[in-house]
Design a protein around this ligand. Structure first.
Ligand SMILES: Cc1cc2nc3c(=O)[nH]c(=O)nc-3n(C[C@H](O)[C@H](O)[C@H](O)COP(=O)(O)O)c2cc1C
Ligand code: SF4
Length: 612
């Protein structure tokens, strides 16, 4: 037994050495440990701490932050069920029941023989083919109770999760494997990204230009970031180019985790070369030699495909030293896997995660363009932004500028899901109305549309003529369609629970305030709210927005605020006049209990200590 433990720790030490025992590679180390042992034990944390020169507390801080890392043993097969609201409406409850019955365990449990773990996970980027689940590194979509029963029988019979996809899985190319698991559902290909794209044409033109000329073109095209905030890309690249430093970095944000967004998944599958081309052009423009592609843990099935593309480009001289023979133009990219944390999409948290830390946002300023990864100037852009940049270099700034509308140039990928006939990806010029997009997607019956995911805006039927632009309805790409049968308050409560789950916990207004907001929405659903609760929702939302440190807290009340504005009757219909209120059912202690647990606080010395 003791010998076994020593042998295990020898293996942990070897895993550390795989990453030169570099503390900045902590996430890679712990991911590999998790894959090998299915959990991260105290002994393991001590070994990792000793090898990397960190304290055990620091290692535990990382190990306990990420949902895909575990401090207790997980099953040899871990089934993660996507618990997004779209999946729930698409039949998740029956799928859950089928899994629980077939496995003999409830969600949140591991079977006694250690064979299976069953758990929920937030949106895994497959809303267009819900209900979906991850089974270890394999993705399964369009689940039904029948499929579940067959799958579990096959797994119990000794099949690997990969064998559920194809009996000749190992013989398939990484691209074929990805396509077997997940459909792309490209419903409308536009001129920029999903239409015909000549190979590396943008990079070849960039090689003949000065860095300043490349940045001038990107600026003149009007390209704005596609990750949600819409910052001008040319300006971002110029700031990074002007920064004086020995090292500079280009980071691709492929952490797309906003519920309802899956456009980057499709670009990563269909346009990986274009993405790397865009990153390489950015490197030339700002003078960076090192790049990181941060891929969300849920897209681990795309890892072999991206690694193959990187290797192929190195072999072709498109990455590495003296790219395409240009002396002094050196650039290479490492793949950084995430580990199940939505907050890591926020660029400061993303950088923390790449540095091997818990994914906590950083205080701004300084901004990443001057002080980013390891303190060096860093450009962080979304997958789609880099792809656009490569196309602009090929086809010209004016070509891109002429598409779309004033202030919103070019095309945008929209991920459409929910209650529509044709969920999938639509590449369209900015400026289209929501109504026009609904007509294309077969969602004309919609009663509500969520534009930009839960941190965006929920609009009602009477405003479907609003435009998809930065100046009207800005979106990172998520369009979730809800039919009249759906309960708006159920949707809002779900999204608030998402933010409660995903808050990194650093600041009190976000960590605790979102719990109170969720509870208040539940009160409306139960018909226990009074007129003053509407003002309470607004006041608390304003406080959270104003006092939160990062964009998560600054936007988390949006599901409530936009539905209060656009669906006021949904709330007022659930308000009871004061004399009818059932006061006896309101219990202040239970109302704040979750928040106390989250805040790790006791309300009095007689209370249980939640920190133990
Ligand atoms: C909570 C939160 C989550 C985010 N998630 C993502 C994401 O998944 N992908 C992304 O590109 N940007 C995301 N962002 C925006 C990034 O912080 C950043 O603005 C973006 O990566 C910059 O790239 P862009 O200029 O090309 O859009 C998120 C922001 C916040 C506040
Ligand atoms: S606003 Fe929320 S997610 Fe952002 S730093 Fe504060 S606690 Fe973390």
């Amino acid at each position: 037994m003791a010998q076994g433990k020593t042998a295990d720790q020898d293996q942990v030490a070897l895993i550390c050495e795989r990453y030169q025992s570099d503390p900045h590679r902590m996430l890679d180390i712990l991911r590999d440990v998790q894959d090998r042992f299915r959990w991260i034990s105290r002994e393991t944390m001590a070994t990792v701490a000793a090898k990397t020169g960190l304290t055990q507390v620091a290692v535990e801080g990382v190990a306990s932050f990420y949902a895909f890392l575990s401090l207790t043993p997980r099953g040899r097969v871990t089934i993660r069920l996507c618990d997004d609201i779209v999946d729930r409406f698409a039949g998740l409850p029956a799928v859950v029941e089928a899994f629980e019955n077939a496995l003999g365990i409830a969600v949140g449990q591991t079977s006694a023989d250690g064979a299976f773990s069953l758990e929920y996970t937030p949106c895994i980027g497959l809303c267009d083919q819900a209900p979906a689940a991850m089974i270890n590194d394999v993705v399964l979509t369009g689940l039904t109770p029948e499929k579940v029963r067959e799958m579990v029988a096959a797994l119990k019979g000794g099949k690997r999760p990969e064998d559920l996809i194809s009996h000749r899985f190992d013989a398939l190319s990484p691209y074929e494997r990805a396509k077997r698991m997940v459909k792309n559902n490209v419903r409308h290909a536009g001129a920029v990204l999903l239409g015909p794209v000549p190979e590396d044409a943008g990079l070849m033109k960039a090689l003949a230009q000065t860095p300043a000329a490349i940045i001038d073109q990107i600026a003149a095209s009007g390209l704005r970031g596609c990750g949600g905030a819409g910052f001008t890309t040319g300006m971002k690249w110029r700031f990074a180019a002007q920064a004086e430093a020995d090292r500079k970095f280009i980071i691709c944000n492929a952490d797309e985790g906003e519920p309802g967004t899956f456009k980057d998944r499709v670009l990563l599958t269909e346009r990986p070369h274009l993405l790397i081309e865009g990153m390489t052009i950015a490197a030339r423009a700002v003078g960076a030699r090192e790049g990181i592609l941060y891929l969300r843990g849920e897209y681990v099935y795309l890892r072999p495909l991206i690694e193959e593309v990187l290797a192929e480009r190195r072999a072709r001289g498109l990455l590495g030293t003296a790219i395409m023979g240009v002396e002094g133009f050196d650039f290479d990219i490492r793949l950084q896997m995430g580990a199940g944390a939505y907050i890591c999409g926020e660029e400061g948290a993303l950088i923390s995660s790449c540095e091997g830390l818990p994914g906590e946002p950083k205080t701004r300023p300084p901004f990443p363009v001057t002080c980013g990864y390891l303190g060096f100037p860093t450009v962080v852009n979304n997958v789609e932004t880099f792809c656009h940049a490569a196309r602009i270099l090929d086809c010209g700034a004016q070509w891109f500028f002429d598409m779309g509308t004033e202030g919103s140039h070019g095309t945008k990928l929209f991920s459409v899901s929910g209650d529509c006939i044709n969920p999938g990806i639509y590449e369209l010029p900015y400026g289209l109305s929501v109504r026009a997009l609904l007509e294309m997607a077969g969602g004309e019956d919609a009663a509500a549309v969520l534009v930009g995911g839960p941190s965006g805006t929920m609009i009602a039927r009477d405003t479907f003529d609003r435009k998809l632009t930065f100046d009207d309805l800005a979106t990172g790409g998520a369009i979730v369609v809800f039919s009249p049968e759906r309960n708006i308050l159920e949707i809002v409560e779900y999204y608030m629970s998402f933010f409660v789950h995903e808050s990194c916990g650093y600041c009190t207004p976000c960590r605790v305030g979102n719990v109170f907001l969720q509870k208040a929405v539940a009160k409306f659903r139960q018909g226990l709210a009074n007129p003053a609760d509407i003002a309470y929702l607004k006041d608390l939302s304003a406080t959270i927005i104003e006092t939160s440190r990062c964009g998560l807290g600054m936007t988390s009340p949006n599901p409530i605020l936009s539905t209060l504005e656009n669906f006021p009757l949904v709330y007022s219909a659930m308000v009871k006049p004061p004399k009818d209120r059932i006061r006896a059912t309101f219990d202040i202690q239970s109302a704040i209990s979750d928040a106390r647990v989250l805040a790790k606080r006791r309300s009095s010395i007689y209370d249980k200590d939640f920190t133990k």
